[in-house]
Design a protein around this ligand. Sequence first.
Ligand SMILES: [Zn+2]
Length: 246
Amino acid sequence: MKADHFEQQKLLDLAAEDVALTQLAHRGRTLPEVAAVAAAEEAERTFSADVVRAETEVRDLGREVKRLESDVETVRAREDKDQRLLDSGSVAPKEMTNLQHELESLKRRQSDLEDQELELMERLEVAEKALAAAQHGLDRAREDRERAEQQRDDALADIADQTKRHEAARTEVAGGLSQPLLALYDRIRTQTGTTGAALLKARSCQGCRIEFYGSQLAAVRTADPHEVVRCENCGRILVRTAESGL
Ligand SMILES: [Zn+2]
């Protein structure tokens, strides 16, 4: 294929835009900000589970304390009733002894229940502190996650913005190329995955870095300036300039 020598130079601008676009796409796929969001989400989930666990414990202990309070109340009421009976003096002596025994037993029971209640309230206090700490951790984890999301969105917006600019620049360069040359370039670009042309610099293809010698070099050197020459190694169009070392 033949193409104007000057037009062939423009392929380097096209290749430069394609390199930039390839790098932007790669950056988008490997953004550390995306990994940071995933890590922040994981931390948030952990704190969230801690909060649920602590809430459950606080609720269970609170219920237990209430139950004990109610038991203490029942015992006290019974004591009051027995005491009133004793005080009334209307009880037979044998029954009186029974009542006194029962009262003693009730007082022991009340004391036991109150000890248990005290212990539970101490545990409840510890659990409430743990809940507050977990809640605080969750709040901070949520802030971290929101910040990480913002940073990721900023990075993605930056990539989208640069991609748009490079695509516009590429379209402009491509508009100045003849259809057959552009079609050849694009076909090669699809094959290499990056660019369809490369500068021949100091006898080396800048696409695949191979250096030309002997008959290959002679073929490139003697080729018509308007002839489209391709790298035998990577297939890219070799763009010859004053830097080519021919
Ligand atoms: Zn090459």
